[in-house]
Unconditional design. Structure first.
Length: 242
C-alpha cells in the first residue's frame, strides 16, 4: 500500500470529527492524518488538538482564513513536501463510508492517479441521501459532464485519493474555486494533466449531526462556474473539431 496522508478539512464539525477520525485510524492505521481547521467557533479545533495529543499519526493545522479549496490545497502542499505517494481527502461529517479508503489507496498506482468514491456508479448507494440534495447532485453532475467533456459520474464527491505524481503536474496555486466547484475543477485538472481517473461505488449517508454546508445557492453558484469554464474552453478533453 502506498504511503499516504489523509486531509480532513473542518469547520464546525465538533459533533462528528472524533468518530470520523476513529474510523479512519481503524481503516488505514499506517496513514498520517492532517486536520485542517478554519478557526471553527464550535470547538472543533480544540477537539482536533486533543485527538492529535493522543495519536502521533495525527497533525492539526489551525488557519485564520476560511475556504474548503484553500484548505485542501494546503493539505496537498504538505503531502507533496512530505514525499508521500498518495493524498486522500474526506469530509469530517461521516457521510462517506471510510472503510473504502484502504481499497482506494491500493488502487492508486502507476496507471491510476485519482480514485473517486462515487455515489453515481453501479453499486453506489444514495438511499439515505436527502431528496433535494440527491436531485441537485444528480442534475449538477450531468450538466458538468456535458459542459466539461468528462465521463466521471460523480464529479462532486468529497471522498477521493490523488497520486502526488499527478498533483505535482497541476497548477494548484492558480486554482481559486471553492467548495463543490473545487471538486469538479480538480477532476478536470487531473484529466488535463494526463492522469487516469477511476471510480469506486460508495455508500453515502446524510449526516446525522450538524448542518450540511451544501445549499441551493451554493449549487447554483457551482453551475455558473461550470458554465464559465465551458465558455472559456476549460475541459477534461478538447472539443472534437467538425
Amino acid at each position: 500500500m502506498p504511503s499516504a496522508l489523509v486531509v480532513v478539512p473542518t469547520y464546525d464539525e465538533v459533533d462528528s470529527l472524533e468518530r470520523t477520525i476513529g474510523r479512519l485510524r481503524q481503516s488505514v492505521p499506517h496513514a498520517s492524518v492532517l486536520i485542517v481547521d478554519d478557526s471553527s467557533p464550535d470547538g472543533t479545533g480544540d477537539l482536533a488538538d486533543r485527538l492529535a495529543a493522543e495519536d502521533s499519526g495525527i497533525e492539526v493545522l489551525h488557519r485564520t482564513e476560511r475556504g474548503y479549496g484553500s484548505a485542501v490545497r494546503e493539505g496537498f502542499r504538505r503531502g507533496i513536501a512530505a514525499g508521500v505517494d498518495a493524498i486522500a481527502v474526506i469530509d469530517a461529517d461521516g457521510s462517506y463510508d471510510v472503510t473504502l479508503l484502504g481499497e482506494m489507496l491500493e488502487a492508486v498506482g502507476e496507471d491510476v492517479d485519482l480514485v473517486i468514491a462515487s455515489r453515481w456508479v453501479p453499486g453506489g448507494d444514495v438511499r439515505a441521501m436527502a431528496g433535494r440534495r440527491r436531485v441537485l447532485s444528480r442534475v449538477g453532475n450531468r450538466y458538468a459532464r456535458a459542459v466539461l467533456g468528462t465521463d466521471v459520474q460523480d464529479l462532486t464527491s468529497a471522498f477521493r485519493v490523488y497520486s502526488t505524481r499527478v498533483l505535482r503536474r497541476m497548477p494548484l496555486d492558480r486554482m481559486r474555486s471553492d467548495s463543490i466547484a473545487f471538486q469538479i475543477e480538480l477532476a478536470v485538472r487531473v484529466a488535463q494533466a494526463g492522469g487516469r481517473i477511476v471510480e469506486m461505488p460508495v455508500q453515502f449517508t446524510e449526516r446525522a449531526v450538524g448542518v450540511s454546508k451544501t445549499n441551493v445557492a451554493m449549487a447554483l453558484g457551482t453551475l455558473r462556474r461550470v458554465t464559465q469554464w465551458g465558455v472559456h474552453g476549460i475541459r477534461a478533453r478538447p472539443r472534437t473539431k467538425p
